[in-house]
Design a protein around this ligand. Structure first.
Ligand SMILES: Cc1cc2nc3c(=O)[nH]c(=O)nc-3n(C[C@H](O)[C@H](O)[C@H](O)COP(=O)(O)OP(=O)(O)OC[C@H]3O[C@@H](n4cnc5c(N)ncnc54)[C@H](O)[C@@H]3O)c2cc1C
Length: 452
C-alpha cells in the first residue's frame, strides 16, 4: 500500500514494519487486529487525501487517537490503514474572552487542560484516561469523567466540529457561539459516532472557569438501599455536586488497606465533590449533609486538607488497576440507569453474582446513574467465561428493563456490537445504517464497528 500514500506523506509518516503494525493493532480492549499500514498525518490536507485514496482504492480506514478505548473501537478489524492523529495535535485558536478553544483532534485531554489552565479555564470532560487519551477519541466516544455530573460529557461541551466524510468532503457544523438555530446539528451526530461517519479535523470546545475551591466528602453506608436513597436525595438538592461517585462493598473491600474505614464487610462508600467560592462550598456541604442523612449512614467526613482529599481520590482511582491485577482480562461494562433505579440495579447485580458464581465488583459515577460493572473472569477458564457471557446478557436485560442504557461513556465498538439490537430495535438500526451510507457510501470508515 506504500505507493498509494507516498505521493502526499513523507516516508517517516508511513509505518509498515512488524513492530509498529503490532503496536497499532491493539487498544485497551486487549483485542488485536493488525493493519496493513499506519499513517501519521500532520495536516488536514494529508488526512483528506488519505480518505480520497482509501475511497478510490476501497481500503478500510480506521482513525485512531491514543488507543485507550475499552471496546475495540480503534481496531482495524478489516486490515487496511490505521490513521493515527498523534501528530495532528495543534491548538488552532484560543479565545479566553469567549471561553472557547479550537484544537486538532490528536491533542491529549491533559495537554488541552494544561493550556486552558493558564487562563484559569478548563474543558469539562475529564476521563480517567485524560493523561493519554486524545480529544478526538474523547469526542468520537462522547467520553465523560468524574466531574461530568456538573460539567458535562464531550457532546455537552462542544460548540462546533469540522470533519471529513468518507467521500472526502469537509463539513463544519456549529460555530463558536452559545446559541445557534441553523440547520441539522451534525456536530452532535459526529460526537459519539466512533469514527464511522467522518474523521474529526478540529473541534471548538466550550470552556468553564476553574472553581475557586473544591471539597471532597466521604460518606459511608451500611447497605445498598440506604446508599441508593442518599444518592437520590443528594441529586434532588438545587446544588449539583461536581462528582458523586459510588463504591460497592466489594470495591470498598479492595481499598480498605489504603484508607481508614469503619469496620464491617457490607459497608458502601460515596465520594462527593463540591466546588465554588468559600460561601458556596459551605452551603453545598450543608445541603449534602442534610440529604445524605438516613438510617443507614455510618460516617460523614469532610476531607479538610489537601492530603486527606488526595487519599480519598487516590483510593478511588486505584480501583481499576487493582481489579486488573486480580483479573487482567476482566470484563468492564459501563451501564447507566435513571438514578432512582440505581439501588434496584445494584441489588440485581448481587443476585446475578450469586446465581452465576462470578465475582462482580461495581463502582462508578452514581450521580449520573453510570456504574462500571466489572466481571472478574479469567479468559482461559472456559466454564467461567461461558457463565460470564450468560450473566452479561442478563445484566444488560436488567439495565434495559430499568429504563437504562448499555453504555454511559465507553461506547459500543466491537465488543458490545452484538448487544446493540437489544437496546435500539430494528427501526433505529435501519436509520443508523442509512445515515452511515450517506456519510460513507463505500463503508471505508472504521468498518465493522457499532453496526454488524
Ligand atoms: C485507564 C482508562 C480509564 C478510562 N477512563 C474513562 C473515563 O473515565 N471516561 C470515559 O468516558 N472513558 C474512559 N476510558 C475509555 C477511553 O479512554 C475513552 O473512550 C477515550 O476517549 C478514547 O480516546 P483515545 O484517544 O484513546 O481514542 P481511541 O481509543 O484511539 O479511539 C476511540 C474511538 O474514537 C475514534 N476516533 C479517534 N480519533 C478520531 C477522530 N479524529 N475522528 C473521528 N473518530 C476518531 C476511533 O476511531 C475509535 O472509534 C478509559 C480508558 C482507560 C484505558
Amino acid at each position: 500500500l506504500y505507493d498509494v500514500f507516498s505521493g502526499f506523506c513523507r516516508a517517516e509518516q508511513i509505518l509498515q514494519d512488524e513492530a509498529n503494525l503490532l503496536a497499532y493493532s491493539y487498544d485497551n480492549s486487549r483485542i488485536s487486529f493488525k493493519p496493513q499500514i499506519v499513517l501519521l498525518p500532520e495536516t488536514e490536507e494529508e488526512i483528506v487525501k488519505t480518505v480520497l485514496a482509501c475511497k478510490n482504492s476501497k481500503i478500510p480506514l480506521t482513525v485512531r487517537g491514543r488507543g485507550t478505548a475499552t471496546t475495540g473501537a480503534a481496531l482495524p478489524t478489516e486490515g487496511g490503514v490505521v490513521l493515527s492523529t498523534e501528530r495532528f495535535n495543534k491548538v488552532i485558536d484560543f479565545c479566553p474572552a469567549s471561553k472557547y478553544i479550537v484544537v486538532e483532534p490528536g491533542i491529549t485531554n491533559q495537554h488541552l487542560q494544561d493550556i486552558c489552565k493558564e487562563q484559569n479555564l478548563f474543558w469539562g470532560p475529564n476521563p480517567s484516561s485524560m493523561g493519554f487519551s486524545s480529544v478526538g477519541g474523547n469526542l468520537a466516544c462522547n467520553s465523560a469523567g468524574s466531574r461530568s455530573l456538573k460539567y458535562g460529557a464531550a457532546r455537552d461541551k462542544t460548540l462546533a466540529v469540522r470533519f471529513v466524510t468518507g467521500e472526502g468532503k469537509i463539513i463544519t457544523s456549529g460555530k463558536a457561539v452559545s446559541k445557534q438555530a441553523v440547520g441539522f446539528d451534525f456536530a452532535r451526530l459526529i460526537i459519539g459516532s466512533e469514527g464511522m461517519l467522518g474523521i474529526i479535523l478540529n473541534a471548538t470546545l466550550k470552556l468553564d472557569f476553574l472553581p475557586e475551591q473544591t471539597t471532597t466528602i466521604r460518606v459511608i453506608y451500611k447497605d445498598t438501599r440506604s446508599a441508593g436513597d442518599a444518592i437520590i436525595s443528594i441529586m434532588q438538592q438545587t446544588l449539583i455536586p461536581t462528582s458523586l461517585e459510588f463504591l460497592d462493598r466489594h470495591s470498598v473491600a479492595l481499598i480498605r488497606d489504603d484508607v481508614d474505614l469503619p469496620p464491617g464487610d457490607e459497608i458502601l462508600m460515596l465520594i462527593i465533590e463540591v466546588d465554588g467560592d468559600a460561601a458556596a462550598i459551605k452551603h453545598a456541604i450543608d445541603q449534602v449533609n442534610k440529604a445524605a442523612r438516613n438510617s443507614g449512614l455510618l460516617e460523614f467526613m469532610v476531607a479538610d486538607s489537601k492530603p486527606a482529599k488526595q487519599k480519598i481520590w487516590q483510593a478511588r482511582k486505584a480501583l481499576s488497576p487493582k481489579l486488573r491485577k486480580i483479573a487482567p482480562k476482566k470484563i468492564n461494562e459501563d451501564v447507566v440507569v435513571p438514578i432512582d433505579k440505581l439501588a434496584t440495579l445494584l441489588v440485581g447485580l448481587d443476585r446475578l453474582r450469586a446465581k452465576y458464581a462470578i465475582n462482580i465488583v461495581n463502582f462508578g459515577h452514581a450521580g449520573n446513574g453510570n456504574i462500571h460493572v466489572n466481571l472478574l473472569v479469567d479468559p482461559d477458564d472456559e466454564k467461567r467465561v461461558a457463565r460470564a457471557a450468560k450473566c452479561l446478557d442478563e445484566i444488560f436485560k436488567l439495565v434495559l428493563k430499568l429504563g437504562g442504557s448499555i453504555s454511559g461513556e465507553h461506547g459500543i465498538g466491537l465488543v458490545k456490537r452484538d448487544f446493540l439490537p437489544l437496546e435500539l430495535g430494528d427501526n433505529n438500526l435501519e436509520l443508523m445504517r442509512k445515515v452511515k451510507s450517506q456519510f460513507d457510501p463505500d463503508n471505508i470508515l472504521n468498518p465493522g464497528k457499532l453496526l454488524a
